[in-house]
Design a protein around this ligand. Structure first.
Ligand SMILES: [Zn+2]
Length: 258
């Protein structure tokens, strides 16, 4: 680990959410990413001896913000989220947008606006810490449903995210990886990187372990939603005549029905 590597702790919450606690030992600063609930977060903080200074929200949905107000009341932490969602994020203190930097102790996160799942969705990229908190934009082997944004917006967002360094750890907000792997194999059956990742995911989940984080290199090679412009996938899925955006939209539709 380099000095800058983030100390990230996964807290399972609700049925399939993860809340991520990111701690900076030098200053004691600690951020909770997308606290769907307060109780499991407080229990983890007590166990670890960490005190919450920030909440980072990727979007306003209740399974990402449900713990905001309780945690703010208990720790006096600052809530960071998209300015575009200012009316919908409970307790928002620090509205942010594209290119803004959020400082958690010695660690800096760069904001990227990633519309698609919702129109205001943002992700937090710790470049030095080699970590991406991707919310419901990018999942491991999947992506979020289109609730508030268009397929073109989501494809543009994912096309930016896949350019991040391959060693970037991808911390997504839901453990959907096993189901995502099954779908991915249905559209990209000959992809050996996907076959390897699916095998690893099955083993992790069978052992009761999270399949999160993955790396951006793994996602680039195996996630069908990052491969809508890949010729092998397009041929296997019978969508070689579509544009990349249309192919992405078609893969997303198939997943919605899978
Ligand atoms: Zn959501």
């Amino acid at each position: 680990m380099s000095m800058a590597d983030l100390d990230v702790h996964l807290v399972p919450a609700l049925d399939d959410n993860y809340v991520f606690l990111s701690h900076d030992a030098a200053t004691g600063a600690c951020a909770a990413v997308d606290p769907s609930q307060s109780a499991p977060v407080e229990a983890a903080l007590d166990r670890l001896g960490w005190k919450l200074t920030h909440i980072l929200n990727t979007h306003a949905h209740g399974d990402h913000t449900g713990g905001n107000l309780d945690l703010k009341r208990k720790y006096g932490c600052k809530v960071v989220g998209a300015g575009k969602d200012a009316g919908a994020i409970p307790g928002l203190d620090i509205p942010v947008g594209e290119g803004d930097t959020v400082q958690i102790g010695a660690s800096a996160a760069r904001l990227m606006e990633t519309p698609g799942h919702t129109s205001g969705h943002v992700v937090y990229w710790f470049e030095d810490g080699q970590a991406l908190f991707s919310g419901d934009a990018l999942f491991s082997l999947g992506c979020g449903r289109l609730f508030g944004g268009s397929a073109a917006q989501m494809w543009a967002s994912l096309s930016r995210l896949r350019q991040l360094p391959g060693e970037t750890k991808v911390y997504c907000a839901h453990e959907y990886t096993l189901a995502n792997a099954k779908f991915a194999l249905s559209v990209d059956p000959h992809n050996q990187a996907l076959q390897r990742r699916a095998g690893a995911v099955r083993a992790l989940r069978a052992a009761g372990k999270p399949a999160i984080p993955s790396t951006m290199a793994e996602e680039r090679a195996a996630n069908p939603f990052l491969r809508a412009d890949n010729e092998d996938l397009r041929k296997a899925a019978g969508i070689e005549n579509l544009s990349a955006v249309e192919a992405f939209a078609e893969i997303r539709r198939r997943k919605d029905r899978f």
